[in-house]
Ligand binder design. Structure first.
Ligand code: AMP
Length: 369
């Protein structure tokens, strides 16, 4: 029998609070509106694109306790679009209402060392890594892991920020200085053949579903394209989907998660390592808006609202391309391209490297390889 919305389910008309006002918050708010919910965006920047599409706004800093408390009391559930929210703020919100996904997922995902330790503990394969808190520890870690390697700050790194590549042990001092001597981890440079990701969703009662594996290409450390399905062997795809489910179960997760993988080797010799997890809707899942009946955004809203999950089935093959910085100037041409699904984020200011929109191109379904 199909699952129905349980007693705890929010009713249409309820208000979903979203921490963060970027494009992810905006697309979550749009998806919430489709199901009859209102949204309340909490973000310090008054120019945030999510404010344009939400019913209520709080413009305040993420450490403003009075504003956080008032926000938690004004909404029926709180969710978030980015993982660098202070865990103390998430706990304060949780004390005054519901926060989904819960603070534990944030604590795990926002510290690269905690994240890698957690993944190893639950038996998920990751590349070799070592904690690094000083130059001496870095030298020792390099001896163990070997070069080339990547030094990454434990916290607040994204899109390649807070990272330094080390080709040879002599470069250790320079790399440690480049990341500001912050607490870090050293990771072996994985000689991957491809990068793929899985977008998963888990509901309040523990049911989960995963979308087809996506293949991702980065340019200058920023996601350029995501293609579904990934050109990997079926058993590799199934293993990646299973890993996403194990991660969600281990965190008793509610909502959408992005799990990023490196694929080593080819065909029957393929092997997976997890790079990182994102406790939120993910750029590599934007293709689901147009390639699936129920997008990652709607599924996140369904999960945090306590609704049954929507299908994660793909009805078309899809290639999503980010529009970064001045690439957004192509909007007029893209608007005229038959079959191109254009999504613009309404950001007031264009800056180099800034995600301004994306376009998804569909083609008839090919079965996953
Ligand atoms: P991250 O910020 O960890 O997602 O890293 C951004 C990108 O840098 C990844 O998508 C990879 O392309 C590359 N990268 C990060 N860590 C490694 C690694 N250990 N080995 C090889 N490439 C990496």
């Amino acid at each position: 029998m199909a699952e129905t919305a349980g007693e705890e389910a929010l009713k249409p008309g309820a208000t979903i609070g979203i921490l963060g006002g970027g494009q992810l918050g905006r697309m979550l708010a749009n998806a919430a509106a489709e199901l009859g919910f209102r949204t309340h965006i909490f973000c310090p920047d008054p120019d945030s694109p999510a404010f344009d599409v939400a019913a209520h706004a709080t413009i305040a800093d993420y450490d403003d306790e009075a504003a956080l408390k008032a926000f938690a009391e004004a909404v029926d559930v709180v969710t978030y679009e980015f993982e660098n929210i202070d865990v103390a703020a998430a706990e304060l919100l949780a004390a005054h209402g519901k926060v989904r996904p819960g603070p534990r997922a944030l604590a795990v995902a926002q510290d690269r060392l905690t994240e890698k330790d957690f993944l190893s503990q639950i038996g998920v394969p990751v590349g070799a890594y070592r904690p690094v808190a000083s130059e001496a520890e870095l030298a020792a870690a390099l001896k163990e892991i070997g070069a080339p390697a990547i030094l990454k700050t434990r916290r607040f790194g994204y899109d390649g920020k807070g990272q330094a590549r080390i080709e040879a042990p002599e470069e250790a001092g320079e790399a440690f200085a480049a990341i500001g001597g912050a607490p870090a981890i050293l990771e072996v440079l994985v000689p991957f053949a491809r990068e793929v990701s899985v977008i998963g969703v888990r509901g309040l009662a523990g049911a989960s579903a995963v979308y087809d594996v996506t293949e991702n290409v980065h340019r200058h450390h920023i996601l350029h394209t995501s293609s579904a399905p990934a050109a990997i062997a079926p058993q590799t795809a199934e293993a990646a989907r299973q890993i996403a489910v194990s991660v969600m179960d281990a965190l008793d997760y509610v909502g959408v998660i992005g799990v990023e993988f490196f694929v080593l080797g080819e065909g029957a010799g393929e092997r997976l390592l997890v790079n990182e997890i994102a406790p939120r809707v993910h750029n590599s899942g934007h293709w689901t808006q147009d390639g699936c009946t129920c997008s990652q955004f709607q599924n996140h809203i369904r999960a945090v609202a306590g609704w049954p999950l929507g299908t994660t089935e793909r009805h078309s093959d899809a290639v999503m391309t980010n529009l970064i910085g001045e690439e957004t100037g192509q909007w007029a041409q893209l608007a005229g391209e038959a079959g191109a699904c254009l999504h613009l984020y309404g950001k007031r200011e264009m800056r180099p490297g800034r995600k301004m929109g994306h376009v998804t191109r569909l083609s008839p379904l090919r079965p996953a390889r």
